[in-house]
Design a protein around this ligand. Sequence first.
Ligand code: MG
Length: 170
Amino acid sequence: MRRLVPSLFVESVYEIDLEQLKARGVRGIITDLDNTLVRWDEPDATPKILQWLDHVRDTYGIKVCIVSNNNHHRVERFAKPLNIPWIAKANKPKNAPFHRALEVLGTKREETVVIGDQLFTDVLGGNRMGLYTVLVVPIGEKEFIGTKVLRAMERLAFAYLRRRGMIPWE
Ligand SMILES: [Mg+2]
């Protein structure tokens, strides 16, 4: 169960203290796409996320790689215009896509953080790799039924961890 506890839990990517990440030696971000950067049904980057990604790369010199379990068409359409490397059909929480992302970024595990909105893919996968994991509240409410089932499981997991005092936030 500990593998499901993120290193950090924030409302959205915009709440992440980039200054602090930089100070901790972070040089790379492996980020989920759907409901983390934009809503799952939003094909392109919004001006706000575009600005944030530019900020991450230009101001802090932190490289970004998008790792998504969604299909190639979706992820390429989003990432290519932004000139951000991506891995689609990633099969998170498996280790392979995280290994590939580290290679793409050219960063060590201790220099890399994982950002995502799902415990069983993003957080579990990142934690198993020994990476710093940031859980964000998912953007949007319209979801596939499969996601809804996963969310219900996540709520159960949260309740369990909270009862055991394993979650440091409310
Ligand atoms: Mg997601």
